[in-house]
Write a protein of this length. Structure first.
Ligand code: ATR
Length: 259
């Protein structure tokens, strides 16, 4: 009997994800008998369908809006998933969060000295701050359009990172005190510009957006080291393959570079 490993991404609405393209190409090149498919569920059907999906798939990714909903159907969630309140990877009925590891590994070799200014207060922000915490950062400034959400994050990270929260209107002046700027919002996905003017004393600009945004273009034009979401995605995907016990470093790198 031929056993084909079934993997997939639980998502809504339906879309062709980058994971689907790359993982399927990777399976071809590694001769792993596996498929990775989009599993599209309407959120209202989630509770009826999730148990069957968990039983029938070898490995899963989970996207918004299911990252929190899936907890109660699993046997266990690891420490970071519990802290972040979000699961994005599943294997053997155990939930993991690999978003923060993607960020962590993408910034591992950078010097994180000086003042760090983070923009945003969403799910991605939590993953980024958890990564910074694991890298030993103990102090940052946080700004978000909705001030209260930034305060919630400050409370979540109590005793982990000392977070100074400022109003959104302070963004453009506060950037002048920053050595590192990290955008964790979705601004730039559709070519929108963050209302700031960068300066060339910044050592690093990190933008979680996968595309080449106005922020990244401005940062590059000033000669500032610029990292974008592609890097975070790459390291997160590696972590997923490791959890599913099917990671081959050389082949994954080749497939990724050729897509
Ligand atoms: P994700 O899970 O991808 O982080 P999210 O939890 O919805 O998504 O968070 C989106 C983040 O982008 C939030 O910080 C949001 O600001 P608000 O908390 O004020 O909503 C931020 N964001 C999105 N569009 C924005 C915009 N046009 N201007 C400023 N902030 C924006």
């Amino acid at each position: 009997m031929i056993v084909i490993l079934r993997l997939g991404i639980i998502q809504y609405p339906k879309k062709i994800s980058l994971s689907e393209k790359i993982f399927n190409e990777y399976f071809k090149k590694t001769n792993i008998d596996a498929i990775y498919e989009g599993i599209n569920i309407n959120p209202k059907d989630f509770e009826f369908k999730i148990k069957d999906i968990l039983n029938n798939y070898y490995g899963l990714n989970v996207t918004v809006p299911f990252k929190e909903m899936v907890f109660k159907y699993l046997d266990y969630a690891n420490e970071s998933a519990v802290f972040l309140g979000a699961i994005n990877t599943i294997h053997n009925n155990i939930g993991y969060n690999t978003d923060w590891i993607g960020f962590y590994n993408s910034i591992l070799n950078e010097k994180l000295d000086g003042n760090i200014l983070v923009l945003g207060a969403g799910g991605t922000t939590k993953a980024v701050l958890y990564g910074l915490y694991k890298l030993g950062v103990d102090k940052i400034t946080l700004i978000n359009r909705t001030y209260e959400k930034a305060i919630k994050i400050k409370k979540l990270f109590y005793k982990k990172i000392d977070i100074k929260v400022l109003e959104f209107s302070k963004l453009n002046s506060e950037i002048n005190n920053a050595n590192i700027f990290i955008n964790t919002t979705s601004i730039g996905m559709f070519n929108e510009k963050i209302p700031i003017k960068l300066h060339d004393n910044l050592n690093l600009v990190y933008d979680v957006i996968y595309f080449h945004t106005p922020l990244q273009k401005e940062s590059e034009s000033l000669g500032i080291k610029t990292i974008n979401g592609e890097n975070m995605w790459y390291h997160q995907a590696i972590q997923n393959l490791k959890i599913w016990n099917i990671y081959d470093e050389n082949i994954f790198e080749k497939v990724y570079n050729n897509i």
